[in-house]
Design a protein around this ligand. Structure first.
Ligand code: 5GP
Length: 161
């Protein structure tokens, strides 16, 4: 078995539709999809379309510095949101993966007092996650290669379109 879990763009499309279907069937109708940047942006954006939710909110959190190397704790990057930004709303928080789960925990706890309800959706959840996400497409304990972050950034001289 490969030591990495690889998600393709096709697999990502399937994940979006399947998770959105489960969210819909659960009866949860979010007022806003909150994506955790950068990894949660593709998933959150596509869930917004699949669930017909037009309100989008983004919080940028930095935690990882490499494969399995982390800062001491996850930190929100500026522009820092205000908890009242989402006051009274039903929020679907979207991220690519709950690994330690500390990023999602930080974001969920930050808004907890203000929002009407917050639920979490991820493509992957790992067994060590400190939070149990409400909507999970797949579980793995391996490092995941996501399609948007597998290739190195483009360089001017690098690629022929
Ligand atoms: P956590 O706070 O749950 O440990 O992870 C926060 C973020 O770290 C994730 O949203 C993701 O961007 C990154 N991360 C954690 N585990 C993985 C992984 O297996 N693969 C990749 N590519 N990123 C990961």
């Amino acid at each position: 078995m490969s030591e990495r879990e690889t998600l393709t763009y096709d697999g990502f499309g399937k994940a979006v539709r399947e998770v959105a279907t489960v969210v819909h069937r659960s009866g949860f109708q979010p007022d806003v999809v909150l994506s955790i940047a950068r990894g949660g942006l593709p998933f959150g954006g596509c869930l917004g379309y699949a669930l017909d939710v037009k309100n989008a909110f983004v919080v940028n959190v930095e935690f990882y510095t490499g494969i399995d190397t982390r800062l001491e704790m996850p930190v929100m990057l500026p522009p820092t949101p205000q908890a009242v930004d989402l006051a009274g709303m039903k929020v679907l928080i979207a991220d690519d993966v709950a690994d330690t789960g500390r990023t999602l925990q930080l974001v969920r706890d930050f808004f907890a007092e203000q929002v009407a309800e917050a639920r979490t959706a991820v493509i992957y959840e790992k067994p060590q996650s400190v939070i149990s996400c409400d909507y999970v497409w797949k579980r793995t304990d391996r490092w995941i290669n996501f399609p948007w972050s597998t290739l190195p950034p483009v360089t001017q001289e690098g690629e022929k379109p």
